[in-house]
Design a protein around this ligand. Sequence first.
Ligand SMILES: Cc1ncc(COP(=O)(O)O)c(C=O)c1O
Length: 379
Amino acid sequence: MNSYRIPFNRACFEGKELVYIAQAIANGHISGDGPFTKKCHTLFEQELGVAKVLLTTSCTHALEMAALLLDLQPGDEVIIPSFTFVSTVNAFILRGDRPVFIDIRPDTLNLDESQLERLITSKTKAIVPVHYAGVGCEMDTIMEIAERHGVAVVEDNAHGLFGQYKNKYLGTFGCLATQSFHETKNFTCGEGGALFINDPRYIERAEIIREKGTNRSRFFRGQVDKYTWVDVGSSYLPSDVLAAFLYAQLEARDHVLARRKCIWDTYRTGLVDWAASNDVRLPIIPAHCEQAFHMFYMILPSLEARTRLIAHLKSRGILSVFHYLPLHLTPMGQKYNYRAGDCRVTEAISDRMLRLPFYNELMPDEQAQVIEAIQELTF
Ligand SMILES: Cc1ncc(COP(=O)(O)O)c(C=O)c1O
């Protein structure tokens, strides 16, 4: 990857990361739930209006916590888009649940809510919308259907921090929602995540599950005089050193979002004419969605066109990448008896999708080179 002049992603520093890490060390509290973790929790709770936020070691772990919190049992069904990262489904498979793969909408690439009713059975316990590329799923319809059937909604908001659907932040709709702070995300601490708890019924047990099945959080608040093993759990809390790094990034959120919007708009403006004359589709953002500017992708006319473009950009030192392979067609998906044709839009799109270099410090001249190189090809 290092041989590319313009990489696909580059970890970006907003300025105060090292200062805050030094402060975390000076505080003498580098394990979990120290002062910086609390600052991150408070920022999210106040800014987004979430009842309770808990930083986790990854979005994967936040999803695992969600599956534990919903008390899912072997044989329960969970509706998940086939077009997502493996963690969205693994978290539920670990509890013995059956994944029910749903296809995506051809416009936003988010789960196709018009197919939900057909897939809900008496065993359905949860729906997991993924706000792909930080563009909101159709949450009004999803929440209405879920509520009517008594099914939980867990938003996988790995891409969509600070994005909005109808003026409400992504991650604040479902009873639970998860965030990622992996190096490839808009806000990072290398590896990290968060569980957003919108239904206060889950708060106390979430604290326990995150603290190895103990009531240590209550002990630290002086609510019990000793802590003990009270439930299942694991170690899902990150070091305060990582929280310090993350807090520096979150403080710079206005700058980060403005920068990413500028990069996204520049790609769109620079490529719109070329796309129209080459049968290439650019992202579609519904008017009621305020996107999080997580990525810029293109849907090319064919797999062959995508292969040509990747090779062409590579010859110019530019790394472009595709994205998820349909989960229902993987060896694991086939174990659940899925086959080609079960999620047709996912299958048609995943072969043709290409993502362009996108990171906060992508310089205007670098971005101009990417756009120029793309325009050298026709299909
Ligand atoms: C939609 C989605 N969910 C979950 C994850 C997992 O995130 P993490 O690496 O923080 O575990 C990713 C990772 O890219 C993702 O794209």
